[in-house]
Design a binder for this molecule. Structure first.
Ligand SMILES: [Zn+2]
Length: 103
């Protein structure tokens, strides 16, 4: 297994990058990203998001204390760029971390 490095938006903020600048840093072209498949995986080869070349998480500042929403942009090992809408229940009730489809 190859080692992985995960850089977060907290790192980007410390570096003074905006989300757009951070995405550019990773050269993920959001405009060409396809939607993930129904299981939240690559729409082309169906690998899970952690099987990626790189991933960029863009979390919205939330006024909701019970749920954080955001989008993950993934460059799959097959080269496909796709996005996943993410919604995480931070209360500990219900699902802990799951993709919610595209509401
Ligand atoms: Zn793929």
């Amino acid at each position: 297994m190859l080692p992985k490095v995960i850089l977060t938006t907290a790192w980007a903020e410390l570096e003074g990058f905006s989300d757009a600048e951070t995405a550019d840093f990773f050269t993920i072209d959001k405009k060409t990203a396809s939607r993930a498949d129904k299981n939240g995986a690559c729409p082309r080869c169906h690998r899970v998001p952690n099987d990626c070349i790189k991933k960029f998480s863009s979390w919205e500042p939330s006024v909701y204390v019970e749920r954080i929403k955001g989008v993950d942009y993934v460059v799959c090992l097959c080269g496909t760029v796709y996005y996943i809408d993410i919604s995480i229940d931070v209360t500990g009730r219900g699902d802990s971390a799951s993709t919610t489809g595209w509401q």
